[in-house]
Design a protein around this ligand. Structure first.
Ligand SMILES: Nc1ncnc2c1ncn2[C@@H]1O[C@H](COP(=O)(O)OP(=O)(O)O)[C@@H](O)[C@H]1O
Ligand SMILES: [Mg+2]
Length: 415
């Protein structure tokens, strides 16, 4: 975070990282190989930097044009630095820390319900254990209405899921099939604030959609398997209508909250799409999770961050919820017309046309560059290093063969 001046010919992308090294290494390598980016007659030298954490003065200048953040969801010192960078220095952020802090999973459900999406019935119940605050005892005694958990669960219907309102990484999530597990889970929830949500069960497919800027990849997900096997390589596994709804929904929720980089989950039966988790801003994109889909993700992450840096896209901390609600509330529009209008707003927010034009001109060489690199010994070295730090020694050979196979398939599929 050390200060110094921005110069006018270099566009600097900052990476705010936790434990990961695989995609950052890929990002740095590809950005260097890409070389200067030409846009409207100007040559922009691209650079990236891993951001370190240190005391900062609120007036210190910030050198970065864009920051990609994978850390601030749990580490608040850098989160507050991001807010300063957005408000004082106009730095473009993937993602917006303001809305992400204020509008977690619960707010995403509320926004989607308001916009007309098919969220399973969801009830928020009060804390099981007292809240650690001096005013709690009096307030709760005076104002908390007694309630019967069994009756709430009965109304939602079994099976159901009990899960924290602000969710993430499966913390505190349980499937509830009967009254006993209901009470056990609620007793264990302690000071977590919990939703009871009707289970979507059975379903045809679990669709996980990763959105970066205006582009979305919908992947078939198998939550019951170990992480390296959860994303299945499957093309056209959804009916077109369901696919379109998920595409629109993913971009809508991102444009609505000003998120740029988010992965969303929906359970699909036929053409019916039921969203269950739409607030995973700055998701895991490890090679060992995404495998076949990793080259797509890293290409998009480079393209979108370079686009934002080179075109000087400005950050917006405010939202424009009224525009979305006007569509939602219009009684003359059919559901498909509403979806179409949401798509238009999302495309406007993400400058989709301008972005695609930029990708096909200023970044025209990137797809081949990524393909050649994924096929190279250099990429294989990165894969070996990643497997070595991720799995125990006796598993190295098996996992290397697994990921080499999937990434080899991706290279073949590009032909
Ligand atoms: N309503 C639901 N119906 C069916 N399965 C669900 C439902 N809610 C959660 N799950 C299952 O539990 C997992 C974790 O729940 P999720 O809401 O995604 O929490 P987290 O934010 O921790 O990822 C999901 O990936 C899914 O497998
Ligand atoms: Mg989830």
């Amino acid at each position: 975070m050390s200060p110094s001046r921005r110069d006018d010919t270099t566009r600097l992308i900052g990476l705010l990282l936790g434990t990961e090294d695989d995609w950052p290494a890929a990002f740095e390598h590809l950005l260097t190989t890409l070389g200067p980016v030409q846009h409207r007659g100007v040559s922009h030298r691209m650079a990236s930097e891993r951001i370190t954490i240190e005391p900062f003065d609120l007036r210190d200048p910030v050198r970065h044009d864009v920051v990609i953040d994978r850390l601030a969801w749990w580490y608040y010192h850098p989160r507050e630095w991001l807010k300063k960078a957005a408000l004082v220095d106009d730095v473009y952020l993937l993602n917006n820390p303001f809305t992400f802090q204020a509008m977690e999973k619960h707010s995403a459900y509320c926004a989607m319900i308001r916009l007309g999406f098919d969220i399973p019935d969801t009830v928020l119940v009060p804390y099981k254990n007292p809240v650690d605050h001096e005013k709690w005892a009096y307030t709760a005694e005076t104002y908390n209405l007694p309630f019967q958990l069994d009756e709430v669960a009965e109304r939602v219907g079994y099976p159901l899921y009990m899960k924290p309102f602000d969710g993430g990484a499966w913390r505190g999530v349980s499937r509830i099939d009967d009254v006993d597990t209901l009470h056990r889970a609620y007793d264990q929830s302690g000071q977590m604030l919990m939703h009871l949500q009707a289970a979507v069960s059975p379903y045809d497919s679990f669709a996980r959609s990763l959105t970066i800027g205006p582009e979305t990849k919908i992947m078939k997900f198998r939550p019951e398997l170990p992480m390296h096997d959860r994303y299945e390589v499957a093309h056209s596994f959804l009916q077109p209508e369901a696919g379109m709804e998920i595409l629109t929904l993913s971009r809508t929720i991102n444009a609505f909250f000003r998120w740029e980089f988010n992965s969303c989950e929906a359970l699909v039966t036929g053409t019916r799409v039921r969203p269950i988790d739409y607030a995973n801003a700055c998701p895991d994109i490890a090679i060992t999770s995404l495998h076949y889909y990793f080259p797509w993700a890293i290409t998009q992450l480079i393209s979108w961050s370079v686009f934002c840096a080179v075109t000087r896209r400005r950050p917006r901390v405010d939202t424009s919820s009224r525009d979305w609600f006007a569509i939602a509330d219009d009684p003359d529009l059919t559901w498909n017309e509403k979806l179409g209008n949401y798509a238009v707003l999302a495309d406007q927010y993400f400058q989709a046309d301008e972005y695609r034009e930029f990708c096909s001109t200023s970044l025209a060489t990137l797809p081949d560059l990524v393909r050649d690199w994924v096929a190279s010994a250099d990429f294989d070295d990165l894969l070996v290093r990643t497997v070595q730090v991720t799995y125990p020694p006796e598993e190295h050979e098996r996992f290397l063969a697994h990921f080499r196979g999937l990434l080899g398939l991706w290279v073949t599929d590009q032909a």
